[in-house]
Design a binder for this molecule. Sequence first.
Ligand code: UT7
Length: 332
Amino acid sequence: MHTPTETGTKIVGMGMCLPEKVLTNFDLEKIVETSDEWIRTRTGIQERRIIAKGQATSDLASEASKQALKNAGLKASDIDLIVVGTITPDMLFPSTACVVQRKIGAENAACFDISAACSGFTYALSIADGLIRSGQYRKALVIGAEALSPFLDWTERSTCVLFGDGAGACILVSTPQKEKGIIASYLGSDGTYADILGIPAGGSAIPPTHESIDARLHTLKMEGSEVFKIAVRTMCDAVFEIAKRAGMKATDIDCLIPHQANLRILQAVAERVEIPLEKLFLNLQRYGNMSAASTAVAMYEAWEAKKFTPGSNTVLVAFGGGLTWASVWIKW
Ligand code: UT7
């Protein structure tokens, strides 16, 4: 029987794992009718990482998790909850969280995945925060991990140039301090846009057949310009909403960690929420859009770059297929 005696949560360790293989815009020029100039100026992306044959999402997630545990000074057996944000699980089931549990030896954890596309890590962080606050768990491993490259149509230039593979992880623990750590979170969705971004086949609606494979229905489809417009609007709303929930203003944000889909989206968001672009942590030039892994890896890199000084305010804001959006306010 657990009782909610401790009412806050804080992040005590982070990690990341990226595949070794780098695919540059120049490499892509040899695969599809595109150019480094188009990709750089329309998206901000210069290169991305691609998993090796035989590597799976859980491999990246497990390495990121081991690093996060090490940085937190904890053992895998100390963890009682694992939540993985991913839309590229190792398989339909069991969950990738269970596979990670086995790989790192976290035998005391309850494990599940969250399907919220690019918002997956931010969703997972909010859910783990709520479960810890309820008193049911004390030490959570929260992961954003994706192996998107096997699900891309490498003949479709409007999507294959955008995405990459990677994983980020953090350890969230209960704390009696309420004024620091995760201060507020906000989750949103609009399923009326379910068809504009996703992988149509492979589930119960369109199970795998020779026809579905021939029609490339197992690869990512996106109506880019429609998604772009909604991304700007919902990310701005999510920043204003989280500031309201935290009892702060958007201009109080010291470091904004956005989902890394397109530099032009982030420029538009920064302008509308009146935060200088320098306060946004950006790594999409090196990794592209890694879906749920993007905010997780960016948070790790921002932490490593000492962007989180004591008392400073960080906001994670994400947007993705579903459509989904989410934001989390963290005080360090
Ligand atoms: O993480 C989930 C959320 N995802 C996003 O937020 C992505 C949101 N969308 C975007 O980032 C942008 O819409 C894209 C980068 C996907 C596309 O940029 P755009 O400025 O919206 O371009 P467009 O789709 O309107 O296409 C403009 C032109 C088209 O040619 P025409 O019809 O004008 O002749 C495309 O065929 O650019 C062409 N194009 C390309 N050209 C060279 C599309 N992809 C490429 C390419 N290389 N890779």
